[in-house]
Design a protein around this ligand. Structure first.
Ligand code: C5P
Length: 221
């Protein structure tokens, strides 16, 4: 209880996209802004947690009261997260690229007149949430996000099981929702006990409510 109910608790938060290099000047990325993940890191710190944020490339400032580690690629994010274990809480918010270029080029790929466009061969990236959810030093609470454009509840439930998570925060990232890159979010919380449907809120409010929810879940775990 009290004002700093998470005092003495260690939390890891991932946020932002990852950039997967094609060559030294080109990369594959996605539309994640990092706003929701950064807000969650700050909200946990406000409740007294010792928070380390592992952030992919974003254009927003490092949150106050939080130690921030900057990474580019999914593999770097995975290594940084695993180095931070053990922890009490892991909240994986980053939009990690599912695939990276199998063999990125050390040199800029040159466009030669008459040449066919290069073929990019992709390979799967490590699943950081799943790795943490099944780790020998698994945090007490493992939380993931599910950015979906359809079958949100169903996909969230299967994700909870597959990733070894305690809570999946599912949101609708279809372009009409304006959530990806936007200021607001509307989430459903999926646990083994059921589903909570939260109203539309700004991302800072979602973060504050989630930090409270995390506090409750830790107290009853
Ligand atoms: O499988 P999917 O990408 O939909 O899962 C989303 C959740 O898993 C998010 O919490 C995201 O941060 C996490 N994730 C991850 N590493 C990946 C892919 C997703 O940590 N390679």
């Amino acid at each position: 209880g009290g004002e700093k109910p998470l005092k003495g608790r260690r939390a890891i938060v991932t946020s932002g996209p990852t950039h997967e290099p094609i060559d030294p000047v080109r990369y594959i990325a996605n539309r994640s802004s990092g706003r929701q993940g950064h807000a969650i890191a700050r909200a946990l710190a406000k409740l007294g947690a010792d928070v380390t944020l592992v952030s992919g490339p974003v254009s927003i400032a490092d949150p106050e009261g939080v130690k921030t580690i900057h990474v580019e690629r999914a593999e770097e994010m995975r290594d940084a997260v695993l180095d931070l274990l053990p922890a009490d809480i892991a909240v994986m918010v980053a939009a990690v690229a599912d695939w990276r270029v199998a063999t990125s080029s050390d040199q800029k790929i040159k466009k030669q007149p008459g040449d066919a466009p290069p073929m990019l061969s992709l390979t799967e990236n490590p699943d950081i949430l799943k790795t943490v959810g099944h780790h020998a030093h698994r945090p007490t609470l493992v939380i993931g996000f599910a950015a979906e454009t359809q079958n949100i509840e169903e996909n969230g439930r299967s994700k909870l099981a597959r990733k070894g998570a305690d809570l999946i925060v599912a949101n609708d990232v279809s372009p009409e929702s304006g959530i990806m890159g936007g200021d607001r979010n509307r989430v459903k919380l999926i646990t083994r006990d059921g589903i909570e449907d939260w109203p539309d809120m700004d991302k800072n409010s979602v973060a504050d409510h989630l930090a409270r929810k995390i506090t409750q879940m830790l107290e009853t775990s």
